[in-house]
Ligand binder design. Structure first.
Ligand code: AHG
Ligand code: MN
Ligand code: MN
Length: 336
Protein backbone atom coordinates (compact mmCIF):
# COMPACT_ATOMS: atom_id res chain seq x y z
CA UNK A 1 0.00 0.00 0.00
CA UNK A 2 1.18 3.48 -0.89
CA UNK A 3 0.91 5.82 2.10
CA UNK A 4 1.84 9.05 0.28
CA UNK A 5 -0.02 12.32 0.25
CA UNK A 6 -3.66 12.03 -0.86
CA UNK A 7 -5.18 14.47 -3.33
CA UNK A 8 -7.47 15.79 -0.55
CA UNK A 9 -4.47 16.56 1.64
CA UNK A 10 -2.70 18.13 -1.33
CA UNK A 11 -5.62 20.43 -2.17
CA UNK A 12 -6.15 21.46 1.47
CA UNK A 13 -2.46 22.29 1.85
CA UNK A 14 -2.57 24.36 -1.36
CA UNK A 15 -5.59 26.18 0.08
CA UNK A 16 -3.64 27.03 3.26
CA UNK A 17 -1.08 28.85 1.11
CA UNK A 18 -3.80 31.16 -0.14
CA UNK A 19 -5.05 33.17 2.86
CA UNK A 20 -8.17 34.48 1.08
CA UNK A 21 -9.41 30.97 0.15
CA UNK A 22 -12.74 30.03 1.72
CA UNK A 23 -12.47 26.29 1.20
CA UNK A 24 -15.14 26.40 -1.48
CA UNK A 25 -12.75 25.49 -4.25
CA UNK A 26 -11.26 22.66 -2.19
CA UNK A 27 -14.71 21.20 -1.60
CA UNK A 28 -15.63 21.54 -5.29
CA UNK A 29 -12.48 19.75 -6.37
CA UNK A 30 -13.29 16.96 -3.93
CA UNK A 31 -16.66 16.49 -5.63
CA UNK A 32 -14.99 16.39 -9.06
CA UNK A 33 -12.61 13.73 -7.71
CA UNK A 34 -15.57 11.65 -6.48
CA UNK A 35 -17.10 11.81 -10.00
CA UNK A 36 -13.82 10.66 -11.54
CA UNK A 37 -13.53 7.73 -9.12
CA UNK A 38 -17.09 6.65 -9.93
CA UNK A 39 -16.40 6.82 -13.69
CA UNK A 40 -13.14 4.88 -13.21
CA UNK A 41 -15.16 2.19 -11.48
CA UNK A 42 -17.66 1.96 -14.39
CA UNK A 43 -14.86 1.83 -16.96
CA UNK A 44 -13.20 -0.98 -15.05
CA UNK A 45 -16.39 -3.04 -14.83
CA UNK A 46 -16.71 -3.06 -18.63
CA UNK A 47 -18.87 -5.90 -19.92
CA UNK A 48 -19.48 -7.28 -16.40
CA UNK A 49 -22.29 -4.79 -15.92
CA UNK A 50 -24.93 -3.52 -18.31
CA UNK A 51 -24.90 0.06 -19.55
CA UNK A 52 -21.14 0.55 -19.94
CA UNK A 53 -20.18 -0.77 -23.38
CA UNK A 54 -21.87 0.02 -26.69
CA UNK A 55 -23.69 2.86 -28.36
CA UNK A 56 -26.52 4.80 -26.72
CA UNK A 57 -28.24 5.23 -30.07
CA UNK A 58 -28.31 9.04 -29.74
CA UNK A 59 -26.25 11.98 -31.02
CA UNK A 60 -24.83 14.99 -29.17
CA UNK A 61 -25.17 18.59 -30.37
CA UNK A 62 -22.01 18.17 -32.43
CA UNK A 63 -23.53 15.32 -34.43
CA UNK A 64 -21.37 12.64 -32.81
CA UNK A 65 -22.86 9.27 -31.88
CA UNK A 66 -23.03 8.98 -28.11
CA UNK A 67 -21.77 5.87 -26.33
CA UNK A 68 -23.58 4.60 -23.25
CA UNK A 69 -20.53 5.52 -21.21
CA UNK A 70 -20.57 9.12 -22.56
CA UNK A 71 -24.04 9.58 -21.09
CA UNK A 72 -23.36 7.63 -17.90
CA UNK A 73 -20.19 9.66 -17.22
CA UNK A 74 -22.05 12.89 -17.92
CA UNK A 75 -24.74 11.92 -15.38
CA UNK A 76 -22.09 11.00 -12.81
CA UNK A 77 -20.44 14.42 -13.21
CA UNK A 78 -23.78 16.21 -12.82
CA UNK A 79 -24.87 14.23 -9.74
CA UNK A 80 -21.53 14.53 -7.97
CA UNK A 81 -21.26 18.29 -8.51
CA UNK A 82 -24.78 19.75 -8.39
CA UNK A 83 -25.53 19.40 -4.67
CA UNK A 84 -22.47 20.93 -2.97
CA UNK A 85 -23.29 24.63 -3.26
CA UNK A 86 -20.02 25.53 -5.00
CA UNK A 87 -21.27 25.86 -8.57
CA UNK A 88 -23.41 28.40 -10.40
CA UNK A 89 -23.84 26.07 -13.41
CA UNK A 90 -22.18 23.36 -15.49
CA UNK A 91 -21.56 22.82 -19.21
CA UNK A 92 -20.57 19.61 -20.95
CA UNK A 93 -19.62 18.35 -24.38
CA UNK A 94 -22.58 15.97 -24.13
CA UNK A 95 -25.28 18.57 -23.31
CA UNK A 96 -26.72 21.08 -25.78
CA UNK A 97 -27.20 23.84 -23.21
CA UNK A 98 -25.89 25.04 -19.87
CA UNK A 99 -27.00 22.85 -16.95
CA UNK A 100 -28.41 25.07 -14.18
CA UNK A 101 -28.10 23.97 -10.55
CA UNK A 102 -31.46 22.37 -9.60
CA UNK A 103 -33.54 24.71 -7.39
CA UNK A 104 -33.34 22.45 -4.29
CA UNK A 105 -29.58 23.06 -4.01
CA UNK A 106 -27.64 26.20 -3.07
CA UNK A 107 -25.63 27.95 -5.78
CA UNK A 108 -21.96 28.86 -5.61
CA UNK A 109 -19.40 31.06 -7.32
CA UNK A 110 -17.74 28.64 -9.75
CA UNK A 111 -18.53 27.27 -13.20
CA UNK A 112 -17.54 23.75 -14.24
CA UNK A 113 -17.07 22.55 -17.81
CA UNK A 114 -16.19 18.98 -18.75
CA UNK A 115 -15.69 16.34 -21.37
CA UNK A 116 -17.05 13.47 -19.27
CA UNK A 117 -15.50 10.76 -21.41
CA UNK A 118 -12.66 11.54 -23.77
CA UNK A 119 -11.63 8.96 -26.35
CA UNK A 120 -15.07 7.35 -26.55
CA UNK A 121 -14.11 5.39 -29.67
CA UNK A 122 -11.74 3.40 -27.43
CA UNK A 123 -14.29 2.19 -24.85
CA UNK A 124 -15.48 -0.92 -26.63
CA UNK A 125 -11.95 -1.98 -27.63
CA UNK A 126 -10.64 -1.68 -24.05
CA UNK A 127 -8.14 1.12 -24.67
CA UNK A 128 -7.47 4.16 -22.50
CA UNK A 129 -10.16 6.79 -22.02
CA UNK A 130 -10.42 9.68 -19.55
CA UNK A 131 -12.32 12.77 -18.38
CA UNK A 132 -11.28 16.42 -18.81
CA UNK A 133 -12.52 19.34 -16.69
CA UNK A 134 -12.05 23.07 -16.24
CA UNK A 135 -13.14 25.42 -13.45
CA UNK A 136 -13.93 29.11 -14.04
CA UNK A 137 -15.29 31.83 -11.77
CA UNK A 138 -18.87 32.88 -12.35
CA UNK A 139 -18.90 36.60 -13.20
CA UNK A 140 -19.78 38.84 -10.19
CA UNK A 141 -23.47 39.50 -9.70
CA UNK A 142 -24.72 36.78 -12.05
CA UNK A 143 -27.71 34.96 -10.55
CA UNK A 144 -28.54 32.49 -13.28
CA UNK A 145 -25.41 31.63 -15.23
CA UNK A 146 -25.98 31.45 -18.98
CA UNK A 147 -23.77 30.27 -21.84
CA UNK A 148 -22.28 33.77 -22.23
CA UNK A 149 -20.98 33.63 -18.63
CA UNK A 150 -18.86 30.60 -19.57
CA UNK A 151 -17.31 32.35 -22.59
CA UNK A 152 -14.09 33.38 -20.84
CA UNK A 153 -10.63 32.87 -22.32
CA UNK A 154 -8.61 29.95 -20.92
CA UNK A 155 -6.30 32.36 -19.10
CA UNK A 156 -9.20 32.89 -16.65
CA UNK A 157 -9.28 29.22 -15.59
CA UNK A 158 -8.90 28.55 -11.87
CA UNK A 159 -8.12 24.90 -12.47
CA UNK A 160 -7.63 22.45 -15.31
CA UNK A 161 -7.47 18.70 -14.92
CA UNK A 162 -7.95 15.33 -16.51
CA UNK A 163 -8.09 11.69 -15.58
CA UNK A 164 -6.74 8.75 -17.50
CA UNK A 165 -8.53 5.43 -17.05
CA UNK A 166 -5.64 3.31 -18.26
CA UNK A 167 -3.68 0.38 -16.79
CA UNK A 168 -3.72 2.56 -13.70
CA UNK A 169 -6.14 5.41 -13.05
CA UNK A 170 -4.39 8.78 -12.96
CA UNK A 171 -5.55 12.31 -12.22
CA UNK A 172 -3.49 15.25 -13.45
CA UNK A 173 -4.18 18.70 -12.06
CA UNK A 174 -3.10 22.31 -12.26
CA UNK A 175 -4.33 25.33 -10.34
CA UNK A 176 -1.63 27.54 -11.82
CA UNK A 177 1.23 26.35 -9.60
CA UNK A 178 2.69 23.64 -11.80
CA UNK A 179 1.28 20.25 -12.66
CA UNK A 180 0.86 17.29 -10.33
CA UNK A 181 -0.13 13.70 -11.08
CA UNK A 182 -1.99 11.35 -8.73
CA UNK A 183 -2.53 7.59 -9.00
CA UNK A 184 -5.71 5.98 -7.71
CA UNK A 185 -4.98 3.44 -4.99
CA UNK A 186 -8.02 1.18 -5.37
CA UNK A 187 -7.47 -0.43 -1.96
CA UNK A 188 -7.63 2.90 -0.14
CA UNK A 189 -10.00 4.58 -2.57
CA UNK A 190 -7.81 7.69 -2.77
CA UNK A 191 -5.70 9.40 -5.40
CA UNK A 192 -2.11 9.51 -4.14
CA UNK A 193 0.47 12.10 -5.26
CA UNK A 194 2.88 9.98 -7.33
CA UNK A 195 4.05 12.45 -10.00
CA UNK A 196 4.86 15.80 -8.36
CA UNK A 197 5.85 18.72 -10.60
CA UNK A 198 5.43 17.16 -14.03
CA UNK A 199 7.38 18.89 -16.78
CA UNK A 200 7.47 18.44 -20.55
CA UNK A 201 10.94 18.11 -22.12
CA UNK A 202 11.59 20.96 -24.59
CA UNK A 203 12.70 18.61 -27.35
CA UNK A 204 11.14 15.46 -28.68
CA UNK A 205 11.33 12.99 -31.55
CA UNK A 206 7.76 11.72 -31.22
CA UNK A 207 4.71 13.14 -32.98
CA UNK A 208 1.01 12.26 -32.76
CA UNK A 209 -1.50 13.02 -35.48
CA UNK A 210 -4.28 11.19 -37.31
CA UNK A 211 -2.44 10.62 -40.60
CA UNK A 212 -5.60 9.55 -42.41
CA UNK A 213 -6.57 13.23 -42.63
CA UNK A 214 -3.28 14.25 -44.27
CA UNK A 215 -4.77 15.25 -47.63
CA UNK A 216 -7.15 17.68 -45.89
CA UNK A 217 -4.48 19.61 -43.91
CA UNK A 218 -3.14 23.07 -44.61
CA UNK A 219 0.35 23.47 -46.14
CA UNK A 220 2.28 24.28 -42.91
CA UNK A 221 0.98 21.09 -41.31
CA UNK A 222 1.83 18.99 -44.36
CA UNK A 223 5.32 20.48 -44.38
CA UNK A 224 5.95 19.75 -40.70
CA UNK A 225 4.75 16.14 -40.83
CA UNK A 226 6.52 15.45 -44.16
CA UNK A 227 9.75 16.57 -42.51
CA UNK A 228 9.16 14.32 -39.48
CA UNK A 229 8.59 11.37 -41.77
CA UNK A 230 11.65 12.16 -43.91
CA UNK A 231 13.73 12.10 -40.71
CA UNK A 232 17.51 12.18 -41.19
CA UNK A 233 17.08 11.90 -44.95
CA UNK A 234 15.23 15.27 -45.06
CA UNK A 235 15.71 18.78 -43.65
CA UNK A 236 15.54 17.67 -40.01
CA UNK A 237 18.55 16.19 -38.32
CA UNK A 238 16.72 13.31 -36.67
CA UNK A 239 14.33 10.42 -37.14
CA UNK A 240 10.87 10.56 -35.55
CA UNK A 241 8.56 8.01 -34.01
CA UNK A 242 4.76 8.27 -34.25
CA UNK A 243 1.85 7.46 -31.91
CA UNK A 244 -1.92 7.94 -32.24
CA UNK A 245 -4.06 6.63 -29.38
CA UNK A 246 -7.17 8.61 -30.41
CA UNK A 247 -7.65 9.64 -26.76
CA UNK A 248 -6.35 13.14 -26.12
CA UNK A 249 -6.01 12.28 -22.41
CA UNK A 250 -3.60 9.44 -23.21
CA UNK A 251 -1.59 11.56 -25.66
CA UNK A 252 -1.24 14.46 -23.21
CA UNK A 253 -0.29 12.07 -20.42
CA UNK A 254 2.41 10.55 -22.63
CA UNK A 255 3.70 14.04 -23.50
CA UNK A 256 3.79 15.01 -19.81
CA UNK A 257 5.80 11.85 -19.14
CA UNK A 258 8.34 11.73 -21.97
CA UNK A 259 7.65 14.71 -24.24
CA UNK A 260 6.11 14.79 -27.71
CA UNK A 261 3.89 16.85 -29.96
CA UNK A 262 0.16 16.26 -30.43
CA UNK A 263 -1.72 17.79 -33.31
CA UNK A 264 -5.37 17.89 -34.31
CA UNK A 265 -5.02 20.63 -36.91
CA UNK A 266 -7.50 22.57 -38.97
CA UNK A 267 -8.58 20.63 -42.04
CA UNK A 268 -10.85 21.14 -45.00
CA UNK A 269 -13.23 18.21 -44.43
CA UNK A 270 -16.04 20.42 -43.13
CA UNK A 271 -15.61 24.21 -43.46
CA UNK A 272 -18.01 24.76 -40.52
CA UNK A 273 -15.55 22.99 -38.19
CA UNK A 274 -12.18 24.72 -37.82
CA UNK A 275 -10.74 21.71 -35.99
CA UNK A 276 -12.15 18.74 -34.12
CA UNK A 277 -11.40 19.41 -30.47
CA UNK A 278 -13.55 21.61 -28.32
CA UNK A 279 -12.15 24.79 -26.79
CA UNK A 280 -14.12 24.80 -23.53
CA UNK A 281 -13.99 21.10 -22.66
CA UNK A 282 -10.69 19.92 -24.14
CA UNK A 283 -8.31 22.55 -25.52
CA UNK A 284 -8.42 25.07 -22.65
CA UNK A 285 -7.93 22.70 -19.70
CA UNK A 286 -5.26 20.77 -21.60
CA UNK A 287 -3.63 24.03 -22.66
CA UNK A 288 -3.48 25.18 -19.04
CA UNK A 289 -1.84 21.90 -17.99
CA UNK A 290 0.61 21.82 -20.88
CA UNK A 291 1.71 25.43 -20.34
CA UNK A 292 2.08 24.88 -16.59
CA UNK A 293 4.35 21.92 -17.42
CA UNK A 294 6.55 24.12 -19.64
CA UNK A 295 5.03 23.17 -22.99
CA UNK A 296 3.04 25.20 -25.55
CA UNK A 297 -0.57 24.89 -26.71
CA UNK A 298 -1.49 26.76 -29.88
CA UNK A 299 -3.80 26.66 -32.88
CA UNK A 300 -0.71 27.21 -35.03
CA UNK A 301 -1.69 30.88 -35.27
CA UNK A 302 -2.57 31.87 -31.72
CA UNK A 303 -2.23 30.76 -28.11
CA UNK A 304 -5.24 28.58 -27.28
CA UNK A 305 -5.71 30.12 -23.81
CA UNK A 306 -6.05 33.64 -25.27
CA UNK A 307 -8.92 32.81 -27.62
CA UNK A 308 -12.09 34.71 -26.76
CA UNK A 309 -14.70 31.91 -27.01
CA UNK A 310 -17.71 32.60 -29.22
CA UNK A 311 -19.77 29.56 -28.27
CA UNK A 312 -19.93 26.78 -25.70
CA UNK A 313 -19.23 24.07 -28.26
CA UNK A 314 -16.68 25.98 -30.34
CA UNK A 315 -14.00 23.84 -31.99
CA UNK A 316 -10.37 24.80 -32.50
CA UNK A 317 -7.23 23.38 -34.09
CA UNK A 318 -4.86 22.11 -31.37
CA UNK A 319 -1.08 21.77 -31.52
CA UNK A 320 0.50 21.10 -28.15
CA UNK A 321 3.50 19.63 -26.40
CA UNK A 322 7.27 20.04 -26.35
CA UNK A 323 8.19 23.70 -26.73
CA UNK A 324 10.72 23.55 -29.56
CA UNK A 325 8.56 21.40 -31.84
CA UNK A 326 5.37 23.43 -31.29
CA UNK A 327 7.34 26.63 -31.94
CA UNK A 328 8.55 25.13 -35.21
CA UNK A 329 4.97 24.38 -36.30
CA UNK A 330 3.96 27.95 -35.37
CA UNK A 331 6.87 29.32 -37.41
CA UNK A 332 5.75 27.26 -40.45
CA UNK A 333 2.30 28.86 -40.13
CA UNK A 334 3.96 32.30 -40.06
CA UNK A 335 6.06 31.46 -43.15
CA UNK A 336 2.90 30.50 -45.02
P1 AHG B 1 -14.34 12.51 -27.61
O1 AHG B 1 -14.24 11.02 -27.41
O2 AHG B 1 -14.54 13.26 -26.33
O3 AHG B 1 -15.31 12.89 -28.68
O4 AHG B 1 -12.90 13.04 -28.08
C1 AHG B 1 -12.14 12.33 -28.98
C2 AHG B 1 -11.09 13.26 -29.51
C3 AHG B 1 -9.73 13.15 -28.88
O5 AHG B 1 -9.64 12.59 -27.64
C4 AHG B 1 -8.92 12.37 -29.87
O6 AHG B 1 -7.63 12.87 -29.87
C5 AHG B 1 -9.61 12.60 -31.16
O7 AHG B 1 -10.92 12.99 -30.89
C6 AHG B 1 -9.62 11.38 -32.05
O8 AHG B 1 -10.16 11.70 -33.25
P2 AHG B 1 -10.07 10.74 -34.54
O9 AHG B 1 -11.05 9.63 -34.28
O10 AHG B 1 -10.47 11.65 -35.66
O11 AHG B 1 -8.66 10.26 -34.66
MN1 MN C 1 -12.89 14.45 -25.97
MN1 MN D 1 -16.14 13.08 -24.90
Amino acid sequence: MHTGETITQFIIEEQRNSPSASGDFTALLNDVVVACKAIANCVQQGALVGGVLGSAGSENIQGETQKKLDILSNDIFLKANQWGGHLAAMASEEMDDVYPIPPQYPKGKYLLTFDPLDGSSNIDINLSVGSIFSILRCPEGVEDAKAEDFLQPGTEQVCGGFTLYGPSTMLVLTTGNGVNGFTLDHNVGEFILTHPNMTIPEDTAEFAINMSNQRHWEEPMKRYVDECIAGTSGDRDKDFNMRWVASMVAEVYRILTRGGIFMYPKDTRDPSKPGKLRLMYEANPMGFIVEQAGGICSTGRERIMEIQPNGLHQRVPVILGSKNEVERVISYHKDA
